[in-house]
Design a protein around this ligand. Structure first.
Ligand code: GLN
Length: 242
């Protein structure tokens, strides 16, 4: 990236934005601007090529059919894989997370190949959907505060040997395999089942993505009082329910 400009791509808002995922793009954009960085945000629809030259890519959640269409188009396009090969930061939520893995079960109950950018494989859970509040301790290697979010997914995700759990749940299902893990990451590629939108609920992750893109050790603090109020409210509500 240029020293003072960040290129942000929101992938396929027409297919993968069922749960307010635009909020994730808004939060990254705003928190970079608050630190004085110029942000160029491009929303790439599924009939457009995904540029390979951006710094941060966001890919959101979706229902089963749009998820299959998105996977087909992303495989055909190849732009997101080229971006990953260029070292871009990729952050994915739920359907987007499953698409970044090796495969998932599609709306036709068939195995659908993913992009292979994360060493994870998703199948269908045997129990009902995983729905509800999540409270999770993020991987200590990432050094960030506890995460909160809301999950709603049928798929369950198994981590392969090179994927690290993004977090471990205190409440909620996370990856849904019963091992207590939530999401996955490896290098610059991240996936989570948490909605919220997750970066509005956990702006510390937005800052992590910006720091990685800037290759910066730290960012200037910003006023997070509203975020702290939301966070405390959600932790209290989730705790009361468990
Ligand atoms: N369709 C996927 C599932 O149910 C992803 C759902 C989502 O993005 N919330 O597992």
């Amino acid at each position: 990236m240029n020293d003072d400009s960040l290129r942000l791509v929101w992938v396929y808002p027409d297919l993968l934005s069922t749960y307010g995922d635009q909020g994730n793009a808004l939060v990254v954009e705003r928190r970079a601007r608050q630190r004085g960085y110029d942000v160029t945000r491009v929303d790439v629809r599924s009939d457009q090529p995904v540029p390979a030259s951006a710094d941060i890519y966001l890919i959101g959640g979706g229902e089963d059919r749009p998820q299959r269409l998105a996977a087909e188009r992303l495989r055909r396009d190849g732009g997101l894989n080229r971006a990953a090969a260029n070292g871009a930061i990729i952050f994915s939520v739920c359907a987007g997370y499953q698409i970044l893995g090796h495969e998932f079960i599609n709306d036709l109950d068939r195995q659908e190949p993913g992009l292979g950018l994360l060493d994870v494989t998703s199948g269908r859970g045997q129990a009902g959907r995983c729905v509800g509040d999540v409270l999770a301790d993020i991987d200590p290697q990432l050094g960030l505060p506890q995460l909160t979010g809301f999950e709603n997914h049928q798929g369950v995700t198994h981590l392969g040997p090179t994927a690290k759990p993004l977090a471990r749940v205190r409440f909620g299902h996370g990856n849904g395999t019963g091992d207590g893990t939530e999401g996955a990451w490896n290098g610059n590629v991240f996936g989570t089942y948490m909605h919220g939108p997750v970066l509005a609920r956990n702006p510390q992750i937005a800052d992590l993505l910006i720091r990685l893109a800037l290759e910066s050790a730290g960012l200037a603090p910003v006023d997070d009082r509203w975020y702290e109020a939301l966070r405390n409210e959600r932790i209290a509500a989730a705790s009361a329910a468990h």
